[in-house]
Design a protein around this ligand. Structure first.
Ligand code: GLY
Ligand code: MN
Ligand code: MN
Length: 432
């Protein structure tokens, strides 16, 4: 394994937290992701569904977790189903989980091969009244493909039309949004790998390079440190490209005088990190680039201080907008008049800062979490304000990942990643 897995005790605890929220006489089923095809015999690399991973630590395709806390036979409270490994698979694909290894990894004693699933599901479903199914209810989700979960839901509804169906997702949204210390330690590792990549890029960047050459420098550092790569498609946007919020082509030439926006994070053991920095191609911020960058940095620091238990995301977003508004006036981009005449549904600051300040971050980069509910200690949020000025060819965003604390200010998991104009310029001055 490339990464150090978290202990079985964590997955046990996660399952217990889930089962404590289930109605009596219920089973819950969680499926792995499919391996997605390209064409011919090509596939995309396997990426585990984060819910079964959260509950078991199993990072293997064709796995199923079944939970039945009230099972008449206590052996059936937690059952893991795995694709049966054999000598042929061993030769062509290498080691897969054995039953013994799976128990060690997950803490689940009852492990079956996948071929037992249908018969056992039938037997247990008839001992239960409710079936928890795992629909994707993420506020940003938009998928056209039918997932393994979707296929299971169809099958379960056809097989058990008399049962009551319940939703796992709201439970998981709440549980996964509050991180255990072991989980935060894993995110910290991902952030540290991102830091190493950023420091390497500071050393390598030069006018005349292509954006993708910086992407390659990040990838090099990530892979050699046990990450499987980018937590999300990286944005390497030089000059005006930084004003395209989801720019991912990364194929332009970096020009002398450009400010380069780097929205890049490493994954580690399926945990994300999510960082943004902006660096001057030639090693020195222009006076205007510095002015805009420092305005964004002040907003980021002020916003981070507001992340506390009890805060409501929409109210926080509104307050950050008001802080941004002051900075935009100082930069000569807005006037008091603009604010007075603004459309309350689309405040004036949104002309230059049109996205949210923060999202939950964790196993998914845009992680689970119910934004309408108050913030809690143990939640990890990004803080990522930006100012985008297409008419000047400048786009700046700065992004760090924070853990909310019971008391006091949140902990910045990216506090070691260079961020001030002085730090970035000093490191770039030392380039080979
Ligand atoms: N990298 C995606 C985001 O910052 O939300
Ligand atoms: Mn982000
Ligand atoms: Mn980001």
């Amino acid at each position: 394994m490339r990464y150090e897995p978290l202990p079985a005790s964590l997955y046990k605890k996660n399952r217990q937290k889930f089962m404590a929220q289930m109605k009596p006489k219920s089973i819950a089923v969680f499926n792995s992701n499919d391996i997605y095809p390209v064409s011919a015999d090509s596939t995309l690399p396997f990426a585990q569904h984060r819910d079964i991973f959260y509950l078991t630590g199993v990072d293997q395709e064709e796995s199923i977790l079944l939970l039945f806390p009230d099972a008449p036979d206590p052996n059936n409270r937690e059952i893991l189903f795995l694709k049966e490994t054999n000598d042929h698979i061993k030769v062509w694909e290498g080691e897969k989980l054995t039953k013994e290894k799976a128990t060690e990894l997950t803490g689940i004693k009852n492990v079956h091969w996948l071929q037992d699933f249908d018969a056992l599901l039938k037997k247990l479903a008839f001992q239960a009244e409710n079936i928890y199914i795992n629909t994707n209810e993420h506020y940003r989700a938009s998928t056209e493909v039918e997932t393994r979960e979707d296929r299971f839901i169809k099958k379960a509804k056809a097989l058990f039309p008399g049962h009551q169906f319940e939703r796992s997702n709201p439970i998981l949204q709440r549980l996964r949004s509050v991180k255990e210390p072991e989980e935060i330690a894993q995110i910290q590792k991902a952030c540290n790998i991102t830091e190493a990549g950023f420091r390497r890029v500071l050393d390598k960047v030069r006018p005349g390079m292509k954006e993708y050459e910086l992407e390659a420098e990040f990838a090099h550092e990530f892979l050699r440190r046990g990450s499987r790569g980018f937590a999300y498609t990286p944005i390497i946007a030089t000059g005006p490209n930084a004003n395209v919020l989801h720019y991912i082509q990364n194929d332009a030439e970096i020009k002398d005088g450009d400010l380069i926006l780097l929205d890049v994070g490493a994954e580690y053991g399926n945990w994300s990190s999510d960082m943004t920095r902006c660096v001057p191609a030639n090693g020195k911020f222009s006076p205007r680039q510095k002015e805009v960058y420092e305005a964004v940095l002040r907003v980021k620091d002020a916003a981070a201080k507001m992340l506390k238990p009890g805060v409501i995301w929409a109210e926080y977003q509104d307050k950050v907008g008001r802080i941004m508004e002051r900075e935009l006036i100082k930069l000569g981009l807005l006037t008091e008049e603009d604010i007075k005449n603004e459309n309350p549904d689309w405040p004036a600051y949104k002309k230059y800062f049109m996205h949210g300040t923060s999202h939950h971050m964790g196993l998914d980069t845009h992680d689970y979490g119910i934004l309408e509910e108050p913030m809690q200690a143990g939640m990890v949020f990004t803080v990522e304000p930006g100012i985008y000025i297409p008419e000047e060819g400048i786009g700046v965003r700065i992004e760090d990942d924070y853990v909310i604390q019971e008391e006091g200010e949140p902990v910045n998991l990216m506090k070691n990643i260079p961020i001030t104009v002085e730090e970035i310029e000093a490191l770039m001055a030392k380039r080979q």
